[in-house]
Design a protein around this ligand. Structure first.
Ligand code: 26Q
Length: 815
């Protein structure tokens, strides 16, 4: 058995060569880069496995309480580099590979991003797993092994095209299939009631059965030998049942099951903050929840004999409402399979489940037609009925005769199952993801629930892992930090505040900005190779990367670029610091307006980038296929972080934290975690603009505002609006952007015109501030220095203390 301290370069090299032979029947000289990557990954995996086994022995020995983080999405990003970093021999492997004639970055680039998530919510789950392992807390991530992850984005003629993400095409070296832990999941059919031993037994019959097969991915803690598990479920046809069906001549049932197995985990729904009420989506949810809860209970029983103690050993954290069927599925198992009565089962369930809310966007609140829900999950639906009946009774007891309360809180209403209400009824904890967000939940969205049970509500401000987004993504800054403040920040980000003593020193300022410059060169190279555009590394890199959504207001950003360009054309001598506006964003495949916004950004880029008369003072770049791996490169190179959502709409944001950590001040609204970023770094080290959340919500209560008031009184706004429909950016089809024009002038529900002037003014402040090199360096450094709070390690410690109550585990490797 190999141990961390014993990393031996020569045996590593031998192992890599050997792996190439075993895997591909080739000598290393004939191996492709992909083969080398696989061979390296397998030898890293070898080291991980030992730690993985030891970790789980320790959990068993201590009968440790575990958190099951249930999530439809885990946007983990590439694993090779991070795993090596966590094992503690990144420099050694880099050196070994160099001696073999390979470049580490190039080998890492061979790995496909496992893109099993959309955006913020999925990436948060991945950061949480990283922190759980690094802090030594027992945890499982439970999710779905989508055959196709988030689509790859191609830009052709300025439009987005979606290409399937066949991430498993070469095999994924870090996963382990655990066929021995497969379980069965049942869909459809009907429920028969049988009286036995004085109580009712509920038996589901005529169902379709699917075999859920787990694949485990290691989650490697940083420098501590702890390896947790991300368990993703694959669906297979339930073989035994098939044969039985054939015997009975139930051919069509067998075919139906095989088809369901094939389609169930086929693809991740590429919607972010938007519901698509598709039947298959609900099937996916129940599939992975039933499998995960079954396997958690089996695991619990290995070391416990009284099911009543479940809440002492297991906590299920629901990542938004997507896993909410967990509440009813756990009830079903406890009653139908463990033989408990309702009250016992309810007590256990409501002490085991906790729910995190990630959104207040009404179009993202999950509801399912009862007709569909009950057809697909007949037994689970019966249980939801009973949960609802008892919950409504409780509401009536508290508020006799108050129909409004029932309307706003019932789980079943108007023919729908309201998943958030089920989650709240079945959980002991409900949390939001930033202070402002949690306040809005308490005061507005979930007001009635809060008033009924205030102690249930709590805030857990999001965080990000500094291991991926600094140690791995920004190696130059990481090295600088190690040299100047020590390595403690890697596992204790509060220590990064030590940078504060350096912020006024010209020598350190220069070093810091020089690192930024090197990172801008790296990004410029990436942009040249991937977009064919030359960008000036001396210009301000102004970056907005996130999912394309109207509330995130990429449209405000590009309208301002159009404005700036018009100003420059009118006044060629205008004093402006050269700026590169960088965008990266995927639009949900069916989200027309979002896709049109991408086209607009590219159309504006085309005009501006090809206008020699402005001497390159403005460049616009849309980076194709924004994803975790290129985020690491983009964030490290940013000068300005665009976080410009309509106040009250962005629950937290986490990109904002990545930029701050990497020394880019926020240009943003007082929304989500921006509020707390400003609290930490000081308003003088950010560029804040726009309506406050209270102001936005007040307008909304009053039925909105009138965009024509702005149109009439603001010449700059009028000019860019006109450019949307006069063909300036669409000479071949002047009507192309009409829909954007209409959205802005009819209702402007995202307050883009309303915030336009304030945003333009904040942009002028950025321009002015950047010219003072030393003051800017200080501001950038202050952002890094004040980012300590935004480590996901801090977030996880809060979840552990307030919700999960886990104990840290130490893992030693046998000598
Ligand atoms: C639901 C049903 C059907 C299909 C798709 C969905 C779906 C999928 C993804 C609904 C929502 C999401 C994702 C939501 C999300 O990413 N929310 C973000 O969560 C982050 C982490 O807490 C916050 O920082 C962001 O502010 C929030 O937008």
């Amino acid at each position: 058995m190999k141990k961390m301290a014993d990393f031996d370069k020569e045996s590593f090299k031998t192992e890599v060569k050997n792996n190439v032979k075993i895997l591909y029947r080739r000598d290393i000289e004939e191996a492709t880069p992909q083969m080398i990557y696989q061979a390296v990954a397998y030898s890293v995996k070898d080291d991980i496995i030992d730690r993985w086994i030891e970790t789980h022995k320790e959990y068993k020995k201590q009968n440790a309480k575990k958190v099951y983080y249930l999530s439809m999405e885990f946007l983990i990003g590439r694993l090779l580099g991070n795993n090596i970093l966590s094992l503690g021999y990144y420099p050694q492997i880099k050196e070994a590979l160099e001696e073999m004639g390979f470049d580490m970055d190039f080998i890492e680039d061979q790995e496909r991003d496992p893109a099993l998530g959309n955006g913020g919510l999925g990436r948060l789950a991945a950061c949480f797993l990283d922190s759980l392992s690094t802090l030594g807390y027992p945890a499982y991530g439970c999710g779905i092994r989508y055959r196709y992850g988030m689509f790859k984005q191609k830009i052709k003629d300025g439009y987005q095209y979606e290409v399937p993400d066949d991430w498993l095409i070469n095999g994924y070296p870090f996963e382990v299939k655990r066929a021995e832990y497969a379980v069965e999941v049942k869909f459809g059919g009907y429920v028969r009631v049988e009286q036995k031993e004085g109580r009712n037994h509920f038996i589901q019959e005529g169902y379709s059965a699917i075999r859920a097969v787990p694949y485990d991915l290691p989650v490697v803690g940083y420098g501590n030998n702890v390896v947790n598990t991300l368990r993703i479920w694959d669906a297979e046809a339930s073989q035994e049942f098939n044969l039985e069906s054939f015997d009975k001549g139930e051919y069509s049932k067998a075919v139906e099951q095989a088809n369901l197995a094939r389609t169930l985990v086929e693809v991740l729904y590429p919607n972010d903050n938007h519901i698509s009420g598709k039947e298959l989506r609900l099937k996916q949810q129940y599939f992975f929840i039933s499998a995960s809860v079954q396997s958690a209970i089996l695991k619990f029983k290995e070391t416990n004999d009284d099911i009543h103690n479940l809440p002492e050993k297991v906590v299920f954290q629901l990542n938004d409402t997507h896993p909410t069927v967990c509440v009813a599925e756990l009830m079903r198992i406890l009653m139908d399979e463990e033989g408990l009565d309702w009250d016992e089962a309810w007590d256990i369930t409501t002490h085991s489940c906790a729910y995190t809310n990630h959104t207040i966007m009404s179009e993202a609140l999950e509801k399912w037609p009862i007709e569909l829900f009950s057809r697909l999950l007949p037994r689970v639906y019966q249980i939801v009925e009973e949960i609802n009946r008892r919950f409504v009774l409780k509401i009536q007891e508290l508020y006799p005769g108050n129909q409004d309360k029932i309307k706003s809180m019932a789980i079943l209403y108007d023919g729908q199952v309201k998943m958030a209400h089920l989650a709240i009824a079945g959980s002991f904890s409900v949390n939001g993801v930033a202070k402002l967000h949690t306040e809005i939940l308490k005061k507005r969205e979930l007001k009635d629930f809060y008033e009924m049970r205030p102690e249930q509500f709590n805030n857990k401000t999001n965080g990000i892992t500094q291991r991926r987004f600094l140690a791995h993504g920004n190696p130059l800054l990481a090295k600088w930090l190690n040299e100047n403040i020590g390595e403690g920040w890697i596992t204790d980000l509060s220590q990064i505040s030590k940078v504060k003593v350096l912020v006024d020193d010209p020598k350190y300022q220069q070093e810091f900005m020089n690192i930024k410059y090197q990172n801008k060169l790296r990004l410029a190279k990436y942009i040249k190779e991937n977009n064919g555009i030359d960008v000036d590394p001396d210009s301000i890199f102004d970056v907005q990367i996130k999912r394309l959504h109207e509330y995130k207001r990429q449209l405000l950003n590009i309208l301002h670029v159009m404005h700036l360009y018009s100003e420059l054309k009118e006044n060629p001598d205008m004093d402006m610091y050269p700026r590169t506006f960088i965008f990266g964003a995927k639009a949900a495949a069916g989200y027309k307006r979002a896709k049109l916004t991408i086209k607009l950004i590219n159309a504006v880029a085309d005009v501006i980038n090809n206008d020699a008369s402005i001497e390159g003072k403005i460049k616009v770049v849309f980076i194709e296929d924004y994803r975790v791996s290129n985020a690491e490169i983009i964030v490290a190179a940013a000068d300005v972080s665009e976080q410009i959502s309509t106040a009250s709409r962005e629950a937290s944001g986490t990109g904002n934290m990545k930029f701050m950590l990497n020394g880019a001040p926020t240009l943003g609204t007082m929304d989500g975690a921006n509020v707390e970023i400003v609290e930490e770094v000081g308003a003088e080290n950010a560029f804040i603009f726009g309506l406050s959340a209270d102001e936005v919500m007040k307008y909304e209560r009053e039925g909105g505002y009138n965009p024509w008031d702005i149109y009439n009184s603001n010449q700059n706004v009028r000019r860019v609006l006109t450019q949307l429909i006069n063909g300036m950016y669409s000479p071949d089809d002047p009507e192309r952007f009409r829909d954007l024009y209409d959205a802005l002038t009819k209702e402007d529900i995202y307050f883009i015109l309303k915030d336009f002037d304030s945003y333009a003014e904040a942009q002028r402040r950025v321009d002015a501030a950047y010219r003072d090199t030393s003051a800017w360096a200080r501001m950038a450094m202050m952002n890094t220095a004040c980012a300590g709070k935004f480590s996901s390690d801090r977030t996880i410690e809060e979840y552990v203390k307030d919700i999960w109550h886990l104990k840290k585990i130490k893992v030693d490797l046998p000598k």
